[in-house]
Design a protein around this ligand. Sequence first.
Ligand code: ADP
Ligand code: MG
Length: 336
Amino acid sequence: MASIQAIEQTSVHQIQSGQVIVDLNSVVKELVENSLDAGSTSIEVRFRNHGLDAIEVIDNGTGIAPEDFESVALKHHTSKLRNYDDLENLDTFGFRGEALASLCALSQLYIITAREMDRPRGTRLEFEVSGKLKDTTTVAAQRGTKVVVEKIFHNLPVRKKELEKNIKREYGKVLTLLQAYACISTGVRFTVFGSKSLRDLVALDLKFEMQPTTSTLSTHDDNTSRGVKVEGHISKPVVGEGRSAPDRQMFYVNSRPCGLPQVAKAFNDVYKTFNISQSPFVFANLIMDTNSYDVNVSPDKRTILLHDQGVLLESLKETLVELFESQEQTVPQTRP
Ligand code: ADP
Ligand code: MG
């Protein structure tokens, strides 16, 4: 027998799933994005034992049609993308059709869903490890979808141990992520139920709180070949008055929360030249053509590749310097 053999299908699926769902954050991110893609105005996230026992995301979105039950958790099955060209004009968070399939491979997942026309009855869906539909039962349900992920990483012992060890920190990261979605999703109510110390996260809370010390960021950059607009808020570099908020920096590309390390660095570097002792609060949404960046860089969609990043960063820095310089005269001196 030849020594090179194809890996058995279920194993391939499990191996790849570990790249899509890498930690607690990616579970919550994928489920919340699905709820937003389904047009929800209310999203509730519940954690049992910080998510180690279960993560539940309950929305009031469109629900899933019975004809889609068979394919909903199959790998590369999506309602959001038909072919490669669609990637250029994507207006949904999801597009790879991998999240639910991956979660089936790495946890015990079930879904309860009902469309407007199905209420007050819905369907509970259970799946096999491969994502194949195993069982459906009729249950009472409101309009929307509830996805329950139990025992995440139960079959990846190393990752499970790692998660248990770092659960407090991981959980904190998830809350920050939910805040990022709440801040940008106008008209959507986010509620989180978890450990005792948690309060509901209300959209825009943060923005109002920061308003007095922030200035509106608005730049339109015609120098880049494509044009990028930055909308948002940044705290004024007033020593002693602004808050030090290194953990209060949120970046988005077309309202998609994402880590943009280079962009974050540009903001912080310029701020530092005006205020050495504090870090700014930043809420920045980069509005740009959907074909001037690429979300399809890594399976977990965390990395976003910006075309013309160098040019963008230079012009961003210039704009920030101008903004802060113009404030130096107008801001009242608060130092004794
Ligand atoms: P993707 O989001 O890339 O399409 P997913 O595996 O996350 O892939 O979801 C597969 C499909 O299941 C989605 O395309 C969508 O049609 C459906 N779906 C998932 N979550 C929800 C939800 N909360 N409400 C309605 N439909 C959903
Ligand atoms: Mg999705």
